[in-house]
Design a binder for this molecule. Structure first.
Ligand code: PLP
Length: 442
């Protein structure tokens, strides 16, 4: 029913093609716990392997439970096809390896999750892929880094800790002028932002966060927007225009539209080449868990966002707080971007600089009673962490500063509890941290 429904609340429950299990009529999506699929006959088996027909071959490459999740998230983001993988990290890796190879480069925003910085700066470098960084405050910084070997732009819609919204259309336009796709990590802002509508070519999520929503499952997904011409400039996108010797010389940019009638070469290549070779498949049990989360994601996002607004209001007035970071608290163009790109809320992440620096920040986290002190975001529960000593601790001091991680910064992921209880917990912890920051007179 995807085409008829546009509202995320409905897509979370009904998006895609699944209505009930064809074998049993079960309404809940079954967990297809199988490695393999019985082929009808030898011709069918040969056709499936040759991509002359599409169908289930082996769970490393596709699975009917995952298929439901893929179609629902694709519908949610307004894309044409999606591929699930074992984690958000695997999704970021796939996005890059699906358009760049040794000798190529990509241009990425400096505002990134610490794990992505490690992947880009160290692991991709060892594989021969250079990542050039561009400060997103001025979108033109992306253009300045482009050369003949640039294969993609990469950014997060709502990166923490800065919490400044990315200029999606501005950078997507620069990319399209140069036949370079913009890949957006939309992990922190499902529902409230749809990057494909603003010109991005690919969206990825760590499903571990708001979409799963219950802190029980790790997963990732990439969504092909179906809105980028991979063949417009053959030199720019060799992986889509040159024969692939690993698949009988297939030219992905040509063969996929011919076979499927759809512009989904990015998704198909990710599935049949990268999942085949790298094997980072999402287990169907985990896909099932994420499907449960997706059903209520739109409702939860409303509550995350409205609770976060109330927390921001409370924190900005508290005497023991130096600074509050939230998308709408930025000035000028940065605040305008939140207005331009977000609908229905400004996200559930809030940054806070507690008065008294690192020691007061630590005391604040240790004094929280309801908030969990964990490395995750986007859980239904409220969470807190000190990025400089945890999530971002593998970065150099320059990288920390570039990422906006100051020593006293505490990241809050505001949950869906009652806002009075969230604020009461913050208040009692701030009062303790405030006392800790008063130095005894000697
Ligand atoms: N992208 C963002 C924005 C994240 O916050 C994270 C994890 O924190 C990831 C990607 C990686 O996701 P995962 O932990 O599912 O591998």
């Amino acid at each position: 029913m995807t085409k008829e429904i546009k509202n995320p609340e409905t897509i979370g429950l009904h998006g895609g093609e699944y209505r009930s299990d064809p074998a049993t009529t079960a309404v809940a999506v079954p967990i297809y716990r199988t490695t393999s699929y019985q082929f009808k006959d030898t011709d069918t088996a040969a056709n499936l392997f040759a991509l002359k027909e599409f169908g289930n071959i082996y769970t490393r490459i596709m699975n009917p439970t995952n298929d439901v999740l893929e179609k629902r998230v694709a519908a949610l983001e307004g894309g044409l096809a999606a591929v699930t993988v074992g984690s958000g990290q695997a999704a970021s890796t796939f996005c890059i390896l699906n358009c760049a190879q040794a000798g190529d480069n990509i241009v990425s925003s400096t505002d990134l999750y610490g794990g992505t910085v490690n992947l880009f700066t160290h692991t991709l470098k060892r594989l021969g892929i250079e990542v050039r960084y561009a400060d997103p405050t001025d979108p033109k910084n992306f253009e300045k880094q482009v050369d003949d070997k640039t294969r993609a732009f990469y950014a997060e819609t709502l990166p923490n800790p800065y919490l400044r919204v990315f200029p999606i259309k501005e950078v997507a336009d620069i990319g399209r002028k140069n036949n370079i796709p913009l890949i957006m990590d939309n992990t922190s802002s499902p529902i409230i932002c749809k990057p494909l509508e603003h010109g991005a070519a690919v969206v990825m999520h760590s499903l571990t966060k708001y979409i799963g929503g219950h802190g029980t499952v790790i997963g990732g997904i990439l969504v092909d927007g179906g809105n980028f011409d991979w063949t417009a400039n053959a030199k720019r996108q060799p992986l889509y225009n040159e024969p692939d010797p690993s698949y009988g010389g297939a030219v992905w940019g040509k063969v996929v539209p011919e076979l499927t009638g759809a512009n989904v070469a990015f998704a198909v290549r990710a599935r049949v080449v990268l999942l085949r070779d790298l094997g980072s498949a999402l287990a169907p049990d985990n896909a099932f868990g994420i499907i449960q989360g997706l059903e209520t994601c739109a409702l939860r996002m409303k509550q995350h966002c409205s609770n976060a607004e109330k927390v921001v209001d409370f924190l900005t007035k508290h005497k023991n707080v130096d600074k509050v970071i939230y998308p709408t608290l930025h000035k000028g163009e940065l605040a305008a971007r939140a207005k331009r790109y977000f609908k229905g809320g400004n996200g559930g992440l809030v940054g806070v600089e507690v008065k008294g620096g690192v020691e007061a920040g630590k005391k604040f986290i240790e004094s929280l009673k309801m908030f969990y002190h964990v490395a995750n975001i986007g859980d239904a529960r409220s969470l807190a962490i000190h990025p400089a000593t945890t999530t971002h601790s593998q970065l150099t001091s320059e990288e920390l500063l570039a990422a906006g991680v100051t020593p006293g910064y505490v990241r809050l992921s505001i949950g869906i509890e009652h806002h009075d209880d969230i604020i009461a917990d913050l208040n009692q912890a701030l009062n303790i941290s405030g006392n800790a920051s008063i130095k005894p007179v000697s």
